[in-house]
Design a protein around this ligand. Sequence first.
Ligand code: FNR
Length: 347
Amino acid sequence: MPKQDPQIQRKVEHLFLAEKFFTDESFANFDKIRLLHDALPELRLNDIDLTTDFLGTKVALPIYFNAITGGSRQSDRFNTELAQLAQKLNIPVSSGSMGVYFRLPEETKASFTTLRSNNPKGFVIANVSAKANAQQSQQAVNLIKANALQIHLNALQELAMPEGDQEFMWLDNIKDIVKNVSVPVIVKEVGFGISQINLRQLYQAGVRYVDISGFGGTNFAQIESARNHDLDLSYLDQLSLSTVESLLESRPYQNKMTILASGGIRTPMDVIKALRLGASSVGMSGLVLHHLQKSSLSETETFFEKFIQQLQLIMAAIGAKNINDIKKAPIVLDESLVNYIKQRNLK
Ligand code: FNR
């Protein structure tokens, strides 16, 4: 058997290790927020409207499948099922990083194009690293006729990889991509969160869509340490911001930018709390990966149908007829979050 390309091999290991370390528990801090119910909801469960505006397109739900994979043979099957599920649910779906396609177009093409061919009318998102140039970014968009492009920021992950990048001169490049690519550009983290200062830098660079992708679920410090048997760099995750902390950081930018949230989403309650904290939609990678790995496509679909019913149920309990109403629900933060807001001088 020919030796696998190291970049492709790495993607196979990521899929395997993300599932190996998956737990039902989330560390995203949603448990530190209380949401108060409405004893007089004045609505009918049937009237609840989950439709959501996602970057100007109407989709069925306030959730999306965030970047996971592509490039390997294993990812071919996975992305096919992911696309089918996204089509059934009518929610956006993202590709994993498409960088490998620039080097090995013929070997890796099908694992990406399956996202579009199995979901011809859906909202599909291309994904590149912050060092891809504008031309490559457009090439990634064209390959899957993407409706949007994600640029991932993964400095901590690269630092935890022995073969990782050592240069992180990204801002000018991001500016260039935003200016020259034909679709809206989302800048996202990969599970370590984004601070207010970084949001300001991104805003000044022309970015209008950010997925704060905070700490609490898939943990690349842990995954890369497991891949590297010589050195444990998992302590790097202590430098991260949780999804909830990152959403609190994003407050002053929520009327200037579209803030998306991901990282450690496990339950419908996590989704509702993320929306309450200002996210316009909520992404998940680890959770859908876990279900598609351990069960069939139709069982995963059943899992998400129940998930959706519970979103409706929580909305009824807080008196929210639609996604915008969720933003009005009263919340109480625990002391550690109040302390975080105080020390970070957040409004
Ligand atoms: C990812 N993630 C990711 N993100 C990205 O922008 N490009 C990528 O190629 C990948 N690759 C990838 C592989 C695997 C196996 C997983 C599980 C995740 C990160 C992902 O989009 C998300 O930001 C984080 O995983 C946090 O969300 P969850 O997993 O906690 O829901």
